[in-house]
Design a binder for this molecule. Structure first.
Ligand SMILES: Nc1ncnc2c1ncn2[C@@H]1O[C@H](COP(=O)(O)OP(=O)(O)OP(=O)(O)O)[C@@H](O)[C@H]1O
Ligand SMILES: [Mg+2]
Length: 266
């Protein structure tokens, strides 16, 4: 913004300083300066949202947001903070970040995805680089699965080609057709390139109610035995969650289980 103000100051002063200069040449010179100014990516990105020139994520800011906005999700908070901050600070990740958030309805899965998106892109969910798919809304008809598959793969490929740090959020994964999930899997693996495109900087977030009953059971067992909710450890959830999630017919992670960070919303 400082540079913006400096330029404005320069332009305002210009008429005084250059009274002696011929107006057409002055106009051309100014146009040249402005074109160079606007087309220089770093300066352009001061005024418009950019992919690669985006401010890097601040771990402290993300932590502050999670602590102040997300209530009662100590497990999800920890996994998300470490995974997202670690991934963004890695200049050469070997695979995209895949987060799978599980829990009952209304526990904050969409809410936390919004927080993640806002900490990476100022526009948050409205950013051109953040894409939200809702299984029941965008892929409603099982009979169109082949078409959806092609469209989804093209969409992901096109957007990652335009911006490596693209974020894809898939809501209602438990209601997504298994065939469509297969269409996403190739993008999530340890490939340097898939059809000449690298997906290693992309972020995939999957939201699902799968495993919610088991999460509640574990939380209830803790409560019944007089333990604090905050005493629940990720390992207490992981086993229960893995079994019920990976037994679910609509699963993202049978081949990518070890690579997907599971975060449970209690
Ligand atoms: N853990 C939480 N901390 C703070 N606010 C929350 C939390 N969980 C839910 N909320 C509030 O409730 C609203 C609804 O939650 P959200 O849409 O994120 O639920 P969800 O887990 O995605 O549910 P569903 O499975 O039905 O999609 C949020 O926009 C937020 O205002
Ligand atoms: Mg939701």
């Amino acid at each position: 913004m400082k540079l913006g103000r400096a330029t404005l100051g320069l332009l305002l002063l210009a008429p005084l300083a250059v009274r002696a200069v011929e107006p057409i040449s002055l106009g051309l010179a100014l146009a040249g300066v402005l074109t160079g100014y606007i087309s220089y990516p770093r300066l352009y990105c001061l005024f418009a949202e950019c992919c690669s020139q985006k401010r890097s994520l601040s771990r402290e800011a993300l932590q502050k947001d999670l602590d102040s906005k997300l209530f009662g999700q100590h497990l999800a908070k920890k996994v998300i903070l470490n995974a997202v901050a670690g991934f963004i600070s890695n200049p050469k990740p070997k695979k995209p970040l895949t987060l799978s958030l599980h829990g009952w309805t209304g526990t904050g899965k969409n809410f936390v995805s919004k927080i993640i998106a806002e900490n990476i892109y100022e526009g948050g969910l409205n950013s051109d680089y953040v894409h939200l798919f809702v299984a029941t809304l965008h892929f409603p008809h099982a009979s169109n699965i082949t078409l959806y598959k092609d469209q989804l793969q093209l969409w992901i490929r096109g957007n990652v080609s335009a911006c490596a740090r693209s974020i894809f959020i898939f809501d209602e994964m438990d209601k997504m057709h298994a065939g469509l999930i297969d269409a996403i899997k190739p993008f999530l693996d340890y490939y340097e390139l898939v059809d000449r495109v690298s997906y290693q900087k992309a972020i995939f977030i999957f939201l699902s109610n799968a495993g919610a009953e088991r999460i509640t059971d574990v939380a209830l067992d803790f409560w019944r035995s007089g333990k604090q909710r905050e005493d629940i450890k990720l390992k207490d959830m992981e086993h229960a969650l893995s079994v019920s999630v990976f037994n679910n017919k609509n699963k993202i992670a049978d081949t990518t289980q070890k690579q997907t960070k599971l975060a449970s919303h209690v």
